[in-house]
Design a protein around this ligand. Structure first.
Ligand code: NAD
Length: 305
């Protein structure tokens, strides 16, 4: 029987586990773990993400504040803001919501975050810890993928894992985390020759591309575990009909758009032995792992671990 890997359930488990750890930080340090979120600009998706992050932090007992400087803020002024957060003792985690406006040098900003407070795990220092197999703050989305696989008893060691995508946020750290779990890992990207053929060698196939339903039946070995990281909104009726079928348009009709991953949902459900649905698969895990990283940062900074 096909196993649907339920991201909401895994998220709830991780959140539950965070609550006593946040309480332990409070007891030990006489303050809760603290998270600062920087949101520049009015990107509606970013606003929703930030609201969800701060709401979840509140539910767990993490002190949080959102800083929304004027969208015209310069790179230098934003750097100053980060330096202040770096030295504020009650702040354990600093998250800069991406994307930043074009006039801001995002690389400079991300480099300025103190590595021990880099709860997104994007700082080159933390990436270096991951690449060299040392403990540290791991990027949230790929770390969430490992969690959902492990909690659903999907073996990773010794299996062939293929990751499509090599971004710093998902693809590369995903490959390193799978390697850390002793998978045999192949990383594919836009220049990979015979992409479907390489993907068919996968026992575990992870798609992090950003192209709606690009991964179709010819990419999936029957029985493979498929993890779909992609989140794409389909707004064209004809395209939605092509992906979901004319008989499955109720969700699209209701909202005028529908979310789809990078993997064709019908092909994935038909061929995979286990898969993460979109929505409700990998998506919910990112925030949960951000909370866990914030607590881990607080535990290290307060000397609890
Ligand atoms: P990105 O654009 O930074 O990277 C995409 C990668 O896909 C690149 O490495 C590129 O080489 C590869 N690629 C592009 N076209 C390809 C093709 N035709 N064939 C093979 N490879 C190709 O994107 P990203 O930030 O890594 O995000 C990927 C997807 O994951 C997006 O849909 C994004 O929305 C989603 N995402 C989800 C979460 C979550 O919380 N679930 C978090 C981050 C990203």
């Amino acid at each position: 029987m096909t196993q649907i890997l339920d991201g909401n359930r895994t998220r709830d488990q991780i959140k539950e586990e965070c609550i006593p750890r946040a309480q332990a930080v409070y007891k030990h340090a006489r303050r809760p773990p603290g998270l600062a979120v920087i949101l520049v600009g009015t990107n509606p998706a970013s606003q929703v993400y930030v609201r969800n992050k701060t709401k979840t932090a509140g539910e767990i007992g993490i002190y949080n504040e959102t800083l929304s400087p004027d969208p015209s803020i310069t790179t230098e002024d934003l750097l100053r803001l980060i330096r202040i957060l770096n030295i504020r003792n009650e702040i354990d985690g600093i998250l800069v919501q991406l994307p930043l406006p074009d006039h801001i040098d995002a690389q400079k900003i991300l480099l300025a975050v103190a590595p021990e407070k880099d709860v997104d795990g994007f700082h080159p220092y933390n990436m270096g810890l991951l690449a060299t197999g040392r403990p540290g703050l791991r990027p949230c989305t790929p770390a969430g993928v490992i969690e959902i696989l492990k909690r659903n008893h999907i073996p990773i060691a010794g299996r062939n894992a293929v990751v499509i995508g090599r971004s710093t946020i998902v693809g590369k750290p995903m490959a390193l985390l799978l390697l850390e779990e002793n998978a045999t890992v192949t990383v594919c990207h836009s220049k990979t020759a015979d992409l479907p053929g390489v993907c068919r060698t996968a026992d575990i196939l992870v798609a992090a591309i950003g192209r709606p339903a690009m991964v179709t039946a010819d990419f999936i070995r029957p029985g493979a575990v498929v993890v779909d990281v992609g989140i794409n909104a389909i707004t064209e009726r004809a395209r939605a009909e092509q992906i979901f079928g004319p008989g499955n348009m109720a969700a699209f009709e209701k909202r005028g758009s529908q979310l789809v991953g990078d993997v064709h949902p019908g092909d994935m459900a038909r061929l995979a032995s286990a898969y993460t649905p979109v929505p409700g698969g990998v998506g919910p895990l990112t925030i949960a792992m951000l909370m866990r990283n914030t607590i881990e940062a607080a535990e290290r900074r307060t000397g609890l671990c």
